[in-house]
Design a protein around this ligand. Structure first.
Ligand SMILES: [Zn+2]
Ligand SMILES: [Zn+2]
Length: 344
């Protein structure tokens, strides 16, 4: 029997189509293994080609005499311009803001071939540390209202360059999808006097069926009303509204969990294209009691079709509980995460 499930945060309904249910392994890409070189002479993100990108915003380590491990540059084809000013105008019903904002690229490592799933945990921790630095630094700009940090891995997820990288877009407005979640969280806090994310995480940990990974600081779980197969959220167990509040110990712990989850997807679904996003409250939400940041990992295994476009309602053909069980059982090869150029 198919089932409709409601997303606790957004109140959106999805159809879990058990009649058309697929086994999780049916969604594996079955892509032939590709050998990617660790250096490509024409790649603007490879070491030695730094002059092919706009001047860097920051590098890690900061000392320019050492080789960089993570590098941040302005996006050459930026969606928004830091040269503009967020000047607003309203003519009849047409509201506009000049295209102000920041669009940066975070180059994950000097290695052209290592997707984040294959990097050592320590390197992922460096990347997350750079995310935090950029998040906090851009958040101090009074003209910025929201910072979105994300990764596009693979062509179907929107990546146009093969060298593994992440991105950040800082906007002068809070996007409506984020605003909607903030409103729902505030409504729940008003009704129940608690953070709805803390409540949900506690119940999910008790229930166990959708949990993929758990540490003393974070938990990764399949989403109960997942719109697409294998949508996985990682929550900090400590209540925090803004990603900018993450501590050094939490960065190390999250790096291990995020990398392990990506490796499980890499092995289990044969390197699927995917996006991940850090869904954080705006920076001035530090200390807010009603919102809770998390990482949303969405493999791009299915296409959005007419029903989804026409209704905003998704049909998911994989039971989240089966997806969780499948991911729990994936053994991540020891070569993954050690920096060895594992070709799986
Ligand atoms: Zn490269
Ligand atoms: Zn919370």
């Amino acid at each position: 029997m198919p089932e409709l499930r409601q997303n606790f945060f957004t109140k959106e309904w999805v159809i879990i189509a058990t009649e058309r249910a697929k086994r999780p392994e049916d969604l594996a890409t079955h892509r032939p293994a590709q050998t990617v070189p660790s250096f490509v002479e024409t790649c603007p993100f490879c070491p030695g080609n730094e002059n092919k990108t706009p001047p860097e915003v920051m590098r890690y380590p900061a000392n320019a005499s050492e080789p960089w491990a993570v590098r941040v540059i302005p996006n050459k084809f930026a969606a928004l311009s830091s040269e503009a000013q967020p000047t607003r105008s309203l003519q009849h019903l047409r509201r506009r803001i000049d295209g102000f904002g920041f669009h940066e690229v975070i180059i994950d490592s000097p290695d052209h071939s290592s997707a984040m799933a294959l990097l050592p945990d320590a390197q992922v921790a460096k990347i997350l540390g750079v995310f935090k630095d950029r998040y906090n630094s851009l958040s101090t700009d009074q003209r910025i209202n929201h910072v979105t940090i994300f990764k596009n891995h693979g062509v179907d997820a929107g990546a146009s360059l093969q060298h593994p990288h992440s991105q950040l877009i800082a906007t002068p407005v809070i996007p409506s999808q984020v605003r909607h979640r903030l409103h729902e969280a505030l409504r729940h806090y008003d009704d129940a006097g608690e953070c709805m994310f803390c409540h949900m995480v506690e119940r999910e940990v008790e229930d166990q069926t959708r949990i993929v990974l758990k540490s003393e600081l974070f938990v990764a779980m399949e989403v109960f009303a997942s719109a697409t197969p294998f949508a996985t959220h990682i929550f900090p167990l400590r209540h925090m509204a803004s990603f900018g509040e993450i501590t050094a110990a939490e960065i190390l712990n999250l790096a291990r969990m995020l990398r392990t989850l990506l490796a499980k997807l890499y092995v289990g679904l044969e390197n699927p294209d995917l996006n991940f996003t850090i869904r954080s409250g705006p920076s001035d939400y530090v200390g807010a009691r009603h919102f809770h940041w998390y990482v949303s990992v969405i493999p791009r295994l299915t296409r959005v079709a007419g029903f989804e476009l026409g209704s905003g309602m998704f049909i998911n053909t994989v039971l989240p509980e089966s997806a969780a069980e499948f991911l729990r059982n994936i053994k991540v090869d020891k070569a993954v995460g050690t920096g060895a150029s594992a070709k799986l």
